[in-house]
Design a protein around this ligand. Sequence first.
Ligand code: FBP
Length: 458
Amino acid sequence: MTDSQLLSFSEFSKTSLDPAIQSLLQGLPPSSFSILKADNTNITTLTPKRLAVCFSGGPAPGGHNVVLAIAKLCHNHHQLFGIIGGPAGLIKGQLKPLTVNDCLPYHNQGGFDLLQTDRTKIKDNSQLKAIKRVVKRFQLDAIIIIGGDDSHTNALFLAQALYSDTCAVIGVPKTIDGDLRYPPYLPISFGFHSACELYTKLVRNLICDTQSILKYWHFVKLMGRSSSHITQHVAHKTNPDLYFIGEQIAHDNIPLSAIIMQIGDTIIDASLHNKTYGVICIPEGLLEWVPDVKTLIESLNKHINLNDRSAILKKLSSSETALFASFPTYIQDQLLLDRDSHGNIQLSRIETERCLIHMVEAYIADLDPTFTLEAMPHFYGYEGRCTTPNAFDAQFCTLLGQVAGSLALHGYTGHMAAVDSITESYQAYGIPIADLLTIETRHNEQIPVIKKTIVTDF
Ligand code: FBP
């Protein structure tokens, strides 16, 4: 592909995939194959290759084990480079040779600090041209991107763009959110279970505190972006007084006022039984699921690029304006924050837990002005995504690294490494990323993105 034939992301969105790569990507069943291990003698029979690896998006426990496994596969026969600073580092050519010894101190450690990460969306020709130059300069045969759903959209887009440069692109499914799955080949992304373990411990401790000192209603927001997998998992393990699953709220069409009423009534009922404390868990993405708030966010998304608060607000319908006005000012400001580079609203920056307390206080004050609600907001988020990997993620990540390295060394492109971790045999797969595509509206454009797996079993 010459530079003039390069497709920008929006052109890529509108066209079908390059026929040359289509045959590799579309409609293929996941290929099941035996994975290469570092001590496997046939690894040295392969033509020596030059691989590069990067983290992309938020950290997730176990990422360092993925990189170490790839480094071990490359040791002595292939050359591995670490890309510093995620996709932005790839564009800037921030690559350095990476050896097993470089990675060993990070084995079984949380975080992505070995290489760091970022969320740059690869979408235009200038970025692609820069990456092509980097591929040429470092003579790369493959790039392995360790990332979530949006990073896999990047990976597929790059796989197409670099096909003619004979540089493969492979993805490794990472995210604590639990929304990147492809059962039965990939029951879960790495990081989910370790993060849930930490959040479960923290929520249990809070419940124990309330039962020890008999005070405070704790409103706990749990990370997980749009999907409520983490909240559901933690709630099942800890049994809080109340919890919400965003997907269920959308399914049952429950407006924000009904949620406030449910929380307020639960607190009042409990006080009638002399219980003045409790724990309520909510998913990070709650507001995006509540039907009336969702409509408001969609309208704001359409006009967010106007950058002028009053111009944006003029575009809202009267019911949207009323709902917007019912939020405390800090939530109004947070709803107007810039979207991330992939077009997502930045849910982790919206203080839903504080907002709910504020609205529940007002609801209760209307019913009983003498009632004092002693409530505390919490957000369990960033501390969970960098926790130490548990035994499951530590082993799962080593396998995922071996699968990703094997796919790259065998010359696959546009595939995501997968391991069926439910069966004892830990079968390895390469999943064509194109099989996971769907169309979504982001930044007001219909674009192909990797489909998120949401909670359906409520
Ligand atoms: P990804 O794994 O999809 O990159 O996101 C993980 C996550 O922790 C989300 O749960 C959260 O909404 C988001 O990152 C916060 O991102 P940021 O680092 O940009 O604040």
